[in-house]
Design a protein around this ligand. Structure first.
Ligand SMILES: [Zn+2]
Length: 424
């Protein structure tokens, strides 16, 4: 079946928008521009911007085990609505993908209900407890895209080192949530100024940065490829920058909320502002922007982390960490940073697609002949307020409810098929 998406605006390598059409055959991009083949099914693009479907290397879909928060069906549909076509699912589920059996269970659930490409992580340790190491070779053979214990830091250096050596042997990336448990101090937000005003316990930045500093040295010794999750502080940025300068094979991601918000934005003891790592100080936020622009940070990842309203209702201390991210990421970043001239549209798209895909050497996130037809059409002029009640995700936990943003996905295409279309 041949399909043509006509009348769309495509970014050139130089970052200019040109009106063109795309032809899709058997789920792959067959041509860019050119004649429309006779008998092709026409998808009208209405002059909208067409981007590679976004790639998110850091997401929580909660299934199996926590289906009251999210399922693979609702999470992948939420991602599709946000323009994502490839997402990597973190392993803090129940069971954890720490064995061949559990990996196969999760593969089966994904096959059954995902509307886009969901690539599962394998865990680095059994049950993400940081103790018994998993078998990286076996989990890779059963579809693990990379390895992580995200949700918690790996406390013991030797465990991290041994798994890095193992991952290096199998050309797998070790992906780390960096957090030294001895430096959390029961904190629920950044240890800075705002936590004192609110009378809440703080998590110091060193809780993250010291573990990054340790890990890059371990990665160097192990010869491993190492990716840092959700970098949040200026000291962490420095550790990654220094490691890259030293030739260590490290990559890093930043989340939209850490680019958009800082500790002083937190209005009250409201758990919709509670995430891990926390919103840090203004100069931390500035350093994250500088790090993206100079290539120290490679890509943007949402860390989509749905929880129920009941879990998030009653202040920071009792609530779990995390906010949802799929359905607001592009419009917020586009509105705040592209519309204002801080970034180009091409930079934003690259950080959300091809740069993310490159971390795991995935052949996605680009519009090229022969690539999977994973695409998103975006109305860059459409402006509307974020309405958490309208999310496809089960999660309503966002600090951005009511924010007005431009640049909304109107159609998402995965392997040539429409998986999300804006309601008329
Ligand atoms: Zn994490």
């Amino acid at each position: 079946m041949t399909k043509v998406i006509q009348n769309v605006q495509l970014l050139t390598e130089q970052g200019e928008l040109v009106t063109t059409s795309l032809t899709i055959e058997d789920g792959k991009i067959a041509s860019v521009g050119g004649d429309i083949p006779a008998g092709a099914e026409i998808i009208e693009g209405n002059g909208h911007f067409i981007s590679p479907g976004f790639v998110d290397v850091h997401t929580h879909l909660r299934e199996p085990g926590f289906e009251h928060k999210e399922t693979i069906a609702t999470g992948s549909a939420s991602a599709a609505k946000g323009g994502f076509t490839t997402i990597c699912a973190m392993p803090n589920t129940k069971p954890v993908p720490d064995s061949v059996e559990n990996m196969q269970l999760i593969n089966g659930l994904i096959k059954e209900s995902a509307v886009i490409r969901v690539l599962p992580y394998g865990s680095l340790t059994k049950d993400i407890s940081g103790e018994v190491r998993t078998n990286i070779e076996e989990l890779k053979a059963n579809g693990a895209v990379a390895f992580s214990d995200d949700g918690v830091g790996i406390q013991l250096s030797s465990t991290m080192y041994e798994q890095m050596k193992e991952a290096a042997q199998h050309n797998m990336v070790v992906v780390a949530h960096c957090e030294d448990n001895s430096l959390i101090y029961d904190g629920v937000m950044h240890e800075g100024k705002r936590n004192l005003e609110l009378g809440l316990p703080g998590i110091p930045s060193i809780c993250e940065s010291v573990q990054i500093a340790r890990d890059v040295l371990l990665a160097e010794a192990a010869g491993a490829r190492y990716h840092v999750c959700h970098v949040s502080s200026k000291e962490s940025v420095r550790a990654v920058r220094d490691a890259k300068a030293a030739g260590i094979r490290v990559t890093a991601e930043v989340c939209p909320h850490h680019l958009l918000l800082e500790e002083m934005d937190i209005p009250s003891d409201d758990a919709n502002w509670k995430m891990n790592p926390p919103l840090r100080a203004a100069d931390d936020k500035d350093s994250l922007h500088a790090a993206l622009l100079d290539g120290t940070i490679d890509c943007i990842a949402t860390d989509h982390a749905p929880h129920t309203t009941e879990e998030k209702c009653c202040g920071m201390v009792g609530a779990p960490f995390g906010i949802v991210g799929f359905e607001t990421a592009f419009p917020l970043l586009y509105t705040k940073f592209v519309e204002t001239g801080k970034w180009t549209l091409k930079q934003l798209v690259d950080w959300m697609s091809v740069k993310a895909a490159e971390i795991f050497e995935l052949p996605y996130g680009k519009i090229e002949v022969g690539c999977s037809a994973d695409l998103v059409l975006i109305d860059l002029n459409k402006e509307q307020a974020i309405d958490a009640e309208g999310f496809v995700s089960k999660g309503r936990n966002t600090p951005f409810n009511g924010w007005v943003a431009k640049g909304w996905p109107v159609m998402t295409i995965f392997e040539g098929n429409i998986v999300y279309q804006e309601a008329e």
